[in-house]
Design a protein around this ligand. Sequence first.
Ligand SMILES: Cc1ncc(COP(=O)(O)O)c(C=O)c1O
Ligand SMILES: [Zn+2]
Length: 443
Amino acid sequence: MVCILTNRHHFRGCMSPTLPSPFITGLRCLRCGTLYDLHDAPYVCPHHANTGSDLGTLDAEYDYARVAAAMPPAAIHADPDRSIGRYWALLPIGDRRSLPPLAVGNTPLTHAPRLGRPLGLSRLFLKDDGRNPSASFKDRASAIAVAQAQEQGREIVATASTGNAAAALAAQSAAAGQANVIFVPKSAPQAKIAQLLAYGSTVLAIDGSYDQAFDLCVAACAEFGWYNRNTGYNPYMTEGKKTVAFEIAEQLAALDQPAASGFVAPDALFVSVGDGCIIGGVHKGFRDLLSLGWIQRMPRIYGVQSVRSAALYHAWREGRKIPRPVEATTRADSISVNAPRDPVKALNAVRRSDGAFIAVEDDAILEAILPLARLGAVFAEPAGAAAYAGLQQAVKSELVAPDETIVVINTGSGLKDVNAVIQATGGVTVIEPTLDAVRAAVS
Ligand SMILES: Cc1ncc(COP(=O)(O)O)c(C=O)c1O
Ligand SMILES: [Zn+2]
């Protein structure tokens, strides 16, 4: 095995000896309001317990006037680079050329009238983030992690993951030649583990839960001085994930509702939730656009969890700031989380956008894979399909209106977990290799 220990102990506990962006003015703790200077910002605010869901999550603040001057909408729309690099002044990197040469983003947004019809929705759109290079949404954040690590000259990037963030980090690291260490629960689907091994990561499969892998990764990064990409812990991951909002707004304006700025927000948006970092990123992206005056209003944001992993749903219903941990048992492995690590951003996303959390049965999640594929032509892993299962429930509860513009984000490709699809479809019919058998089978 390659030696992965390093003596860069001066990186312990803080993120960056260099400025991650000339447009970011500081990192603010969303719990106590402390503003940290970029030069010596910690990963999380030290004034909190910083275990489980009790993290002092930080949020990057931008000088929007400078952003708008450096990167006006017309320049974005004219940029031939279709990847997330086109939003460079709103990213926490010093130079867009630091992004690894494995283009992330520019995933399709498509109108899905056949999928919307049975629900009585005329303006349903699918954003298929399974079409990213490692086949999940997580490429958006991992590209930022590798870019930052490269700008800072860090030897090792590490992450804990239910699988997709790790696969994304592995792919982006391979593209950039960045050494990396991955902590995954040993129960992660084989396809995700295969990706890690193929891309050449150092894979530590933990005989335990994702939550244990998370804590172990934090401890290892502190001990060995590694750059920590952990979701909800590294505040810059939100900044990568928010690019999905920029794309949705840009694509909606181009496809459907022309706007002077070239950006328009949908009425409602559905996304699945585990730790809460993706939904927090979606919210941040639309808030950036609103602060810049490039959209006129926020979409309502709906976070969808499995009833078997619903810590944030319960916290939202009970009016809590910090969720109580649950014993997660959902079949949708990517959203199987006991103690969500990005609760503040996730709860803010739903509460401040006038959305809701929705909890759906595992059966509904698996069944949702089929209409998504057959009527929307999007092949989703269970966690991705959960967002559509949430929309089905929202229609029943009349949370959305028939003529609203609604976006469902698929966060991961169905190829990540084919056993779930086999389970949902019941598998294939086996026949003898004869025409009579064909006749009998199709009659
Ligand atoms: C496919 C997929 N969907 C949804 C999620 C949930 O994202 P978050 O944990 O940021 O809420 C993940 C996270 O691993 C994922 O991989
Ligand atoms: Zn704080």
